[in-house]
Design a protein around this ligand. Structure first.
Ligand SMILES: Nc1nc2c(ncn2[C@@H]2O[C@H](COP(=O)(O)OP(=O)(O)O)[C@@H](O)[C@H]2O)c(=O)[nH]1
Ligand SMILES: [Mg+2]
Length: 243
């Protein structure tokens, strides 16, 4: 059987995430709760150019740092679920606010695409966004869309497939002060020894330096189970959840 390409859909509330999700998956949807949480989980599937995609509509969040159950679900899935591609749906009319989440996602994964939605609203308000330039600055594809009328969704599907096949080698990185960078390096070495292939030890080190209790707990859970596949791999358990 062919492996499915797992796509996570992240974004602030009201950016058109569900509209994108519905447009891509149509009736091929499944809803339930995230394991152990009262947070709604929607997954769906679609085919494109002979590939099968499983798309996970994450809860809408403004950040991945605070501690609401929604933010925990989104963050854990992006990190431990290790999706092949993460699409961040952003509101073109308030890019600055949306960039907060975009940058946090890019610190977790370089395999990301920005879906710059509500382009019609932006135009109506006289807001111009240079998608190409933004893509160059962030190092990921930026696809302008009007999800409500499906404008740009063809290109979005194409970019998802393309990224799933190539995977982004150069990840966007925020440099911190020397002292923090030193601590990150030390922690990363220790984490790499335990985690091996799970990757992005830099992000984990940053969260541990934040003193983030939830990440520490998720990490402990992950290490004790070390059944990566059973817990999160490719979203298997997530996608089997629910009714
Ligand atoms: N004008 C316009 N409205 C949109 C677009 N995409 C979504 N919407 C509308 O924005 C509202 C919020 O969309 P929804 O998909 O529920 O957002 P979510 O909270 O991110 O899941 C709905 O009324 C959608 O119909 C778009 O590109 N342009
Ligand atoms: Mg929604």
């Amino acid at each position: 059987m062919k492996t499915e390409i797992i796509v996570a859909l992240a974004g602030n509330p009201n950016t058109g995430k569900s509209t994108v999700f519905n447009a891509l998956t149509g009736l091929n949807q499944h809803t339930g709760n995230w394991p152990g949480k009262t947070v709604l989980q929607s997954t769906g599937t679609y085919s494109y150019r002979d590939e099968e995609f499983k798309i996970v509509d994450l809860p809408g969040t403004y950040s991945l740092l605070a501690n609401s159950p929604e933010e925990q679900v989104a963050r854990d899935f992006l990190y431990f679920g290790n999706p092949h591609v993460t699409v961040v749906v952003a509101d073109a009319t308030s890019l600055e606010r949306n960039l907060n989440l975009i940058l946090q996602v890019l610190e977790i994964t370089g395999n990301a695409i920005v879906c710059l939605n509500l382009m019609d609203e932006a135009k109506r308000k006289g807001i111009k966004v240079d998608a190409k330039k933004l893509g160059e600055l962030l190092g990921v594809p930026v696809v302008p869309t009007i999800a409500r009328t499906r404008v740009g969704l063809g290109r979005l599907q194409y970019e998802i497939l393309n990224l799933a096949r190539t995977q982004n080698r150069e990840q966007f990185q925020i440099r911190y002060s020397e002292k923090i960078e030193d601590s990150i390096t030390k922690l990363e070495l220790k984490l790499a020894a335990h985690l091996g292939e799970i990757g992005n030890t830099r992000w984990l080190a940053l969260r541990l330096l934040d003193g983030d209790p939830v990440v520490a707990q998720s990490l402990a859970h992950y290490l004790t189970q070390n059944k990566v596949a059973a817990a999160f791999d490719g979203g298997e358990r997530i996608c089997q959840g629910g009714s």
